[in-house]
Design a protein around this ligand. Structure first.
Ligand code: SF4
Length: 168
């Protein structure tokens, strides 16, 4: 009975019985959202905050966020830092090597729009959305670990609402 009380909101208990109904979509989305393995794409100072989020004080792992070193094993890229024009094709290649469904979090002003390099640099990309599609933007210079955690919770919410028909 205690277990049934802890079921997520999208699972329904038939009144008076111990049968629970849900949908395949809801179960898959719940599993996906609770176990997001991320590829760290840290290129500048924002990556320090990302690494800090993964350490003991903020404990990224409790959200099911596990760091992987290979795009083949990753569901998510967390891009944190300046993206130069030389790095852009590498970022796109890593994204293309990930299996569907895949997600991108853009962390910090440089990743989102080029940051302080927007006007005067010939070498910096003026926005990650020109390279890969983005699911969650986290503004800041740099964003604190709390902001990154909130961004990951937003991504989890988005994943829980995705439709099976959208999977490729
Ligand atoms: S947004 Fe700020 S902290 Fe982040 S990489 Fe750019 S300059 Fe560094």
């Amino acid at each position: 009975m205690g277990l049934i009380k802890k079921l997520p909101v999208y699972a329904e208990k038939i009144p008076g019985g111990s049968i629970v109904t849900t949908s395949v979509e809801a179960i898959l989305n719940h599993g996906q959202a609770s176990s997001i393995w991320y590829l760290l794409f840290g290129t500048a100072c924002c990556a320090i905050e990302l690494m800090c989020t993964g350490a003991a004080r903020y404990d990224f792992d409790r959200l099911g966020m596990i760091f992987r070193a290979s795009p083949r094993q990753s569901d998510l890229i967390i891009a944190a830092g300046t993206i130069t024009k030389k790095m852009a094709p590498r970022l796109r290649r890593l994204y293309d090597q990930m299996a569907e469904p895949r997600y991108v979090i853009a962390m910090g002003g440089c990743t989102i729009k080029g940051g302080p390099f927007y006007y005067d640099s010939y070498a910096v990309e003026k926005g990650i959305e020109h390279i890969v599609p983005v699911d969650v933007y986290i503004p800041g210079c740099p964003p604190r670990p709390e902001s990154l955690l909130e961004g990951c919770l937003m991504l989890q919410k988005k994943i829980k609402q995705q439709k099976l028909a959208d999977w490729q």
